[in-house]
Design a protein around this ligand. Structure first.
Ligand SMILES: [Fe+2]
Length: 269
């Protein structure tokens, strides 16, 4: 049997423990008060001391976890900045080599992300698309410069060489362990929903949405810009061609969003 005072103190301890468990840590002063030697029965101060020690250990662990979390956040930011720098360096390698396409990767990236924004991509998915867009033509690094910058029409053989760039881009990126299938997006950015385009594969699988967005953004940017073999066709002509191929070569929803972005003035190069 415990006396009335001890029962009251036990009830008090229970109340304080419950408050602390609910995050009201300021109650701990009352806790430590109960540990004051000589003021309360020994079994009450003993119990309060044990709870007090438990609380101190939990708080220490919490502090250590907060520090670890802060270190992890800093490390994540460093890694993220480094990844971004490496992606931009890779992309600029191509643009330095082939000045005719300077700005192409950036503009395709901006348009792709604008389309994806309308489609409700979250920030993580957007990041995968952004990286794929910046690097979508990286495989052109293996295509002879005289073909890329040839001022006249290109032969079938030369075009076949250019077409290898999506597979080469895939192969370059496949060894990088991105959190998104960036290499697949790059591989498929010239595949079309009607089975045309390249590379021709036996895989009848769906073209990832990211690759379908890249395909549209790539074509619109390329047509509206100057190329060594032809002057810029302009955005109106590019959108006309896109409309004609809507639902045939290009994803209908992606096409509609792209056209709307330009027509409403929400996006421009
Ligand atoms: Fe391409």
């Amino acid at each position: 049997m415990i006396d009335e005072q001890a029962q009251g103190l036990l009830d008090e301890l229970t109340r304080v423990c419950t408050k602390i468990a609910n995050g009201k840590n300021w109650e701990k002063d009352r806790f430590f008060e109960l540990t004051r030697e000589g003021s309360y029965p020994a079994h009450i101060t003993g119990l309060a001391e044990s709870f007090g020690m438990m609380l101190v250990k939990v708080e220490t662990r919490e502090f250590q976890l907060e520090q670890k979390l802060e270190e992890l956040q800093k490390s994540y930011m460093r890694t993220s900045t480094m990844l971004d720098g490496m992606v931009l360096s890779l992309a600029s390698t191509l643009e330095h080599r082939d000045p005719y396409t300077a700005g192409h990767g950036r503009r395709v990236t901006e348009l792709s992300c604008a389309i994806a924004g309308q489609m409700g991509f979250d920030s993580d998915r957007m990041e995968g698309l952004r990286i794929a867009a910046l690097l979508h033509d990286i495989g052109k690094i293996a295509v002879p410069l005289e073909i890329l910058s040839k001022p006249g029409p290109i032969s079938e053989h030369e075009f076949n060489l250019i077409k290898t760039h999506s597979q080469t881009g895939h192969d370059i990126l496949a060894s990088i362990d991105f959190p998104w299938p960036v290499a697949q997006f790059v591989l498929q950015h010239h595949r079309r929903i009607d089975g045309s385009g390249y590379p021709v594969t036996n895989d009848a699988g769906e073209i990832p949405l990211e690759a379908r967005i890249l395909g549209v953004a790539d074509v619109v940017e390329a047509m509206s810009s100057h190329r060594p073999y032809r002057p810029a066709l302009g955005i109106d002509r590019a959108l006309e061609e896109l409309t004609a191929a809507k639902g045939i070569a290009f994803d209908s929803e992606v096409t509609d969003i792209c056209i709307r972005l330009f027509r409403t003035g929400e996006f421009s190069f």
